[in-house]
Ligand binder design. Structure first.
Ligand code: UN1
Length: 496
């Protein structure tokens, strides 16, 4: 019997109003049902928003350090439950256990950071220009935050959004990806056990159209924070524009790693293997383009193909597995479609390019790590986010061409350069258009306390992670106190 999971609305675990459900299966073995979940709709969203609005009245008045104390408990509980939940995450999402542990650890780090930051939430107070007058700058919560999250980091990304939102004094309506609802449910259990007021956190399971759209349109939600694709992000921004909701968007990437002739090739090889095929290429930060300077191109490609062929596909719970499955059937079809597009465009497929179906793999959404060479700038496989284990290799003459190729996409999340030439590294740091640039490291591996986000179509100017996430969930409020006992007029009384 599959486990039954519920929504959490208005302080209670409950079914969807419609009574409808959906199933969630293990992508490494589709015979295994992880759980059955409520397929919620507009009515459930309405109840969740009502609960969150009600809870906001009191939660906003709790001193931030007290809210932070709850986050400390969250961290304690998470540390205790790490292994158990990481295993569930691998069953639910497919990536290898080492990586689900990492995903979970990012959540723990975010809770620890939120604990400390609850005592900071700094605001600067400039002096008033008038005598006997003071200006006090404060940060206030915004209200109800709608959190819409993807499946690729089923723990880390919800924590990046929910923890700062709560610590800032907002309340939450949370719609997790329908591919990873069990992990999300565990997170809500932990928040409740740690002492978040039940009505302040509402979990509504369902799809983007049944739950996400009603949330985005709901007048009772003040902020939407979303991580996902550019098309969905664009439609969310449009809808939020109509009601002038605040919105933070963390969208796609087409991240590249540059390797120059002078690079340490063994290091660059390890980096690209991890960046391109870790999480089966399903990170926003995944390396999907490899830009090689011509002097090392052929040698590096040989090294890369040899190493890629050794990667072992399998169930992420097995210690021998390097690469897990894709998330679902649609994702595998999309990846395969792009492989066909690459061939049609004239790129040369040198490894992979097909489903992996040997033995046990036949019951999961496995796809062989794939590499194209002779990829030309502008080809669709070089421009569009594939979100799978497909790497496009582009040959360039020099650093200038490498940077121009790297920059020539609509995205700008992560980027990397391998070189031992300090001048080249600094030019790349200055000229690469991306929110994150690594020098001699892969495109993945951002740390939880640093700003995370991208330029161009990767986002709308916000950053998650660290202190910058708190800008999404607070407004500035200024209070002027005039204790002169008379009407003083700034600008007018103070003119030269
Ligand atoms: C994502 O893929 O959406 O930098 C997030 C990294 C991780 C976070 C990735 N810490 O790869």
């Amino acid at each position: 019997m599959a486990d039954r999971y519920l929504n959490f609305i208005d302080g209670e675990w409950c079914e969807a109003a419609s009574g409808k459900t959906f199933e969630n299966r293990n992508p490494a073995n589709w015979d295994e049902v992880i759980g059955v979940f409520p397929l919620s709709g507009r009515e459930d969203v309405d109840r969740a928003v009502k609960s969150a609005r009600e809870a906001f009245r009191e939660w906003r008045l709790v001193p931030a350090p007290q809210r932070g104390r709850i986050m400390r408990k969250v961290a304690d509980i998470m540390i205790e439950r790490k292994e158990e939940i990481a295993r569930l995450m691998t069953r639910e999402m497919g990536k290898v256990l080492l990586e689900t542990r990492g995903d979970f650890q990012e959540g723990i780090d975010t809770a620890v950071y939120a604990t400390g930051y609850s005592r900071m939430l700094f605001a600067e107070n400039p002096p008033s220009e008038l005598p006997d007058k003071m200006g006090i700058v404060t940060r206030v919560p915004i209200g109800v935050v709608g959190v819409i999250t993807p499946w690729n980091f089923p723990m880390a990304i919800p924590t990046w959004k929910i923890f700062p939102a709560l610590v800032s004094g907002n309340t939450v309506v949370f719609k997790p990806a329908s591919d990873t609802p069990a992990t999300a449910t565990k997170l809500v259990e932990i928040l409740l056990e740690a002492g978040v007021p039940p009505k302040a956190i509402n979990l509504v399971h369902g799809t983007g159209s049944t739950v996400g759209v009603p949330m985005v349109e709901h007048p009772g939600i003040d902020v939407i924070t979303f991580t996902g694709s550019v098309p969905v992000g664009r439609s969310i921004a449009e809808a939020c524009g109509r009601t002038l909701k605040r919105v933070s968007l963390e969208l796609g990437g087409k991240n590249a790693q540059i390797v120059l002739n002078d690079a340490n090739l063994d290091l660059a090889l390890e980096g690209v293997l991890w960046g391109a095929f870790g999480t089966t290429g399903q990170r926003c930060t995944a390396t999907s383009r490899l830009i090689l300077q011509e002097g090392i191109h052929d040698r590096f490609v040989d090294m890369l193909v040899e190493a890629t062929k050794k990667l072992k596909l399998g169930d992420g719970l097995l210690p021998s597995t390097d690469v897990g499955p894709l998330i679902n059937e649609k994702a595998r079809e999309k990846v395969h479609r792009y492989v066909q597009i690459g061939k049609d465009e004239g790129a040369r497929l040198i490894t992979g390019g097909e489903f992996a179906t040997d033995g046990e793999l036949s019951r999961g959404w496995f796809y062989k790590p794939t590499i194209f060479v002779d990829v030309k700038p502008g080809m669709r496989i070089e421009q569009e986010e594939i979100f799978g284990p497909v790497l496009s290799v582009i040959k360039v003459k020099d650093l200038d061409e490498a940077i121009a190729v790297l920059n020539d996409t609509e995205y700008g999340l992560s980027s990397s350069i391998y070189t031992q030439d300090v001048n080249a590294a600094f030019r790349a740091m200055r000229d690469i258009e991306a929110g994150i640039t690594y020098v001699n490291g892969p495109t993945i591996g951002a740390e939880a306390h640093f700003p995370f986000g991208g330029v161009k179509n990767t986002g709308n100017g916000h950053r998650e992670g660290g202190w910058t996430a708190y800008d999404i969930f607070t407004e500035w409020k200024v209070v002027y106190v005039d204790y002169s006992g008379k009407l003083q007029r700034a600008q007018i009384d103070n003119a030269e």
